[in-house]
Ligand binder design. Structure first.
Ligand SMILES: *Cc1c(COP(=O)(O)O)cnc(C)c1O
Length: 435
């Protein structure tokens, strides 16, 4: 399998090269040269395969043999070694809970897979590897956890000071060892700019191998297909006879883009909904065909506060950049904060189910869609556990059952360094670490 750049000015890359490069030099995104089709044999044994086996069969064609089957099997087993329950909320709406992993968010899947690929690719590599990641909360925790304790790899996390939730901050700052957390006195965009500058810094690059772990990396993007297959199996087991409408709370559009990729490979899906918060560049684009860039606005569902979703070009790529054709398969709506909190209250009162703000955006978008499609049913993705978002307590009055891992975090000492949002400070910090 070869990967090409969506901007088509960079050379093709193998899975290994694309994982290590992160992004092609022409600032496009890597995209698989061909999309594998799910085989009949896969469907024949679908009902009885383990999650790890499903993951292995889905990802194997994308690897081009660059990780031996036996290692890849282990990586897949470790990546999906937690539950992915499809929980029924009412007759027509279910939720796919993706928050049963180490850091209680769906990003655990991509991060676990990617960290294990990097471990595989850097073993036998004498120099140090530094993973530099900017996070608005969820990404950093998942990446840090995925890489925790990995020999020869340091993780540098840049997050906006005071702008992540209490649990997120604990997840980012209490690991220690090879995980280095920096609280930047600026916003998420500032963190992202700093990370990008570091990744392109020739001086740093001469001292260590630098890589990013953001959601555009194919080793994080591709494994997100796995749970759409798990969900489909549970969907059939629940007795549904039509493919589901699948609603994905979306920010950078990596998650939904993986779902669409799975669908093009053969996974039955009736329709996709990209549920956005007030950051509505894509809903507007699908309506008008015009991409009007805006600044990101802060919302309750802060992991989706993305102004210009970078993975969206991959979706366009799958539809030959024809947004009218895309509209048949995917619609996109914007849900305000007011509606989000009203939905959290409503769903708690009616069904006793506690939504996090991202899941609430998803629930709302799906419920509204089903309102106009009387025969349809579907599920939305619960992308993170409610306890990760402080607003849940204010709005719903409870976090529900608090996972054990959270109490455990509270007992650990915090380790982090506060730095100003200027690049010199970041370069000094990274240089000091890697000596
Ligand atoms: C990252 C994140 C999202 C958005 O996912 P994308 O792949 O960026 O669209 C949604 N919800 C939560 C909780 C997240 O952490």
């Amino acid at each position: 399998m070869q990967y090409f750049s969506t901007n088509r000015r960079s050379p093709h890359a193998t899975f290994r090269e694309a994982t290590l490069n992160g992004q092609p030099d022409d600032r496009g995104l890597y995209f698989p040269g061909s999309i594998p089709k799910i085989s009949n044999e896969f469907w024949d044994s679908f009902e009885t395969m383990s999650r790890g086996e499903i993951a292995f069969e889905i990802i194997r064609p994308y690897m081009g043999g660059e990780i031996a089957d036996q290692s890849l099997r282990t990586i897949c087993d470790e990546t999906v070694n937690f539950e992915f329950p499809l929980v029924r909320i009412n007759e027509r709406i279910s939720t796919l809970e993706l928050f049963h992993g180490a850091t209680l968010a769906f990003k655990d899947v991509g991060a676990r897979f990617m960290s294990r690929c990097l471990r595989e690719f850097s073993s036998g590599n004498s120099g140090r590897t530094a993973v530099v990641v900017a996070t608005s909360g969820d990404t950093g925790g998942a990446v840090a956890n995925g890489f925790f304790g990995v020999e020869g790899v340091d993780v540098v996390i840049l997050f906006p000071k005071g702008k992540v939730s209490r649990v997120q901050e604990l997840q980012l700052t209490t690991l220690g060892q090879n995980i280095h957390a920096f609280e930047v006195t600026g916003d998420f965009d500032a963190c992202q700019t700093l990370a990008k500058t570091a990744l392109a810094d020739p001086e740093l690059k001469s001292k260590m191998f630098l890589t990013s772990a953001n959601s555009i990396n194919i080793a994080r993007w591709l494994p997100q297909q796995f749970y759409y297959f798990f969900a489909y199996r549970d969907w059939l087991r629940a007795g549904h006879d039509k493919p589901p409408v699948v609603c994905v709370p979306s920010g950078n559009f990596g998650n939904i883009c993986a779902g669409i990729l799975a669908h093009i490979s053969g996974l039955p899906v009736a329709h996709f909904i990209a549920a956005c918060n007030a950051n509505d560049v894509i809903p507007r684009f699908l309506e008008s065909g015009e991409m009007i860039e805006k600044k990101a606005v802060a919302t309750l569902s802060n992991a989706m506060d993305v102004a210009n979703p970078s993975n969206f070009v991959r979706i366009l790529e799958m539809f030959d950049r024809d947004h009218v054709r895309l509209r048949d398969l995917m619609s996109s709506v914007s849900v305000s904060d007011e509606t989000t909190s009203a939905t959290m209250r409503e769903v708690f009162e009616k069904f006793g189910y506690i939504l996090d703000p991202h899941g609430a955006v998803g629930y709302r978008a799906l419920a509204d869609y089903l309102g106009g499609h009387a025969d349809a049913a579907g599920y939305f993705l619960e992308t993170a556990h409610p306890v990760k978002f402080d607003s849940v307590l204010d709005i719903t009055g409870t976090f529900g059952e608090i996972p054990e891992s959270v109490a455990e975090l509270e007992s650990r000492p915090k380790r982090s360094e506060v730095i100003p949002p200027d690049y010199e400070a970041v370069r000094d910090a990274i240089t000091r670490l890697i000596r």
